[in-house]
Design a protein. Structure first.
Ligand code: MN
Ligand code: MN
Ligand code: MN
Length: 294
């Protein structure tokens, strides 16, 4: 069973594909007992000011974060940057690149869903569904709301995952670029949800080797949906590659799966926690706020 964690280093708001505005996300996390939260929207830092304003009166420490979509060996791999300087121009320029790709890819996905997938009525989907950075999740929700699929997962499986009618591969920045941009902006680079890529053991070794060689420092050992067995598997990868352990719900808003901010298994004591070296938006270390029991 998951326990309430006082730290959650992966969450989304309406600045990308989350359902809650940054302030509501912060309030929900605080209500769940989270005292250190990283806002990690896809390829944007634009939700941070609102989140920071909301976090102050709640006594919550907000970590400036971002989840960057990257391309490695023709696969989409997500890298979370924690404790970045939001004003760093190289980082924001790099994110601009991904943001342009996002908009282009979204338009291409709509076109393909209509032409190859037989979906109709996607004309206003961008305006209706997307407040921040557009992504596949916006399309998936639209397909569910309009009866083309029963669940978001089914929408992905039928229309949006690799090999399906609506899938468009984007030429995201490279894994190496994302890691170096995060580090140059003073952040810690964490490989997000390692088991989500469904790699074989050999490919996982290659990915983790490439990531550490590029300067990657951490691995999400605990994610919102993970059971003990998956945590142990990820722990093994972190230990073998000398990576710090991170924890993150990847919360996108109220959901049937019951993912909530801070609803996480504890990080195993065998791995050094990424938060030992992490500071919040005001430059204060976050480690003191994390419960000894994590
Ligand atoms: Mn997302
Ligand atoms: Mn991700
Ligand atoms: Mn995410």
């Amino acid at each position: 069973m998951s326990v309430a964690s006082s730290i959650d280093l992966h969450a989304h708001s309406t600045a990308s594909d989350g359902r809650l505005p940054p302030a509501e996300l912060v309030e929900r996390a605080a209500g769940a007992g989270v005292r250190v939260l990283a806002l990690t929207d896809h390829d944007t830092l634009s939700g941070l000011p609102e989140a920071l304003t909301a976090a102050g009166p709640l006594g919550m420490q907000l970590v400036a974060g971002v989840e960057i979509s990257t391309l490695w060996e023709r696969r989409e791999i997500h890298v979370v940057g924690l404790g970045v300087d939001p004003a760093d121009a190289r980082l924001t320029d790099g994110l601009d690149w991904n943001q342009q790709l996002r908009r282009q890819r979204f338009a291409q996905m709509v076109e393909r869903l209509e032409q190859k997938g037989g979906i109709t009525g996607l004309g206003g989907v961008m305006e209706e569904e997307v407040a921040g950075q557009p992504g596949r999740l916006h399309l998936a929700r639209h397909l569910v709301e309009h009866g083309w699929a029963r669940t978001v997962q089914q929408a992905f499986d039928r229309y949006l995952r690799r090999g399906r009618a609506g899938y468009v591969r984007a030429e995201w920045m490279s894994l190496e670029s994302a890691v170096s941009l995060i580090r140059a902006a003073g952040g810690i680079a964490v490989l997000a949800h390692p088991l989500a890529y469904k790699l074989t053991g050999a490919w996982m070794q290659r990915l983790l080797t490439a990531f550490t060689q590029a300067g990657g420092q951490g691995l999400e050992v605990v994610v919102g949906t993970a059971d003990r067995r998956r945590v142990d598997q990820s722990l093994g990868y972190a230990l073998r590659h000398g990576l710090l352990g991170s924890v993150g719900s990847d919360f996108h808003g109220p959901n049937p799966a019951g993912i909530e901010p801070g609803r996480l298994l504890p990080l195993p004591a065998a791995v050094a926690p990424v938060w030992a070296e992490l500071s919040d938006c005001h430059g204060r270390p976050v480690s003191a706020a994390v419960d000894p029991g994590r």
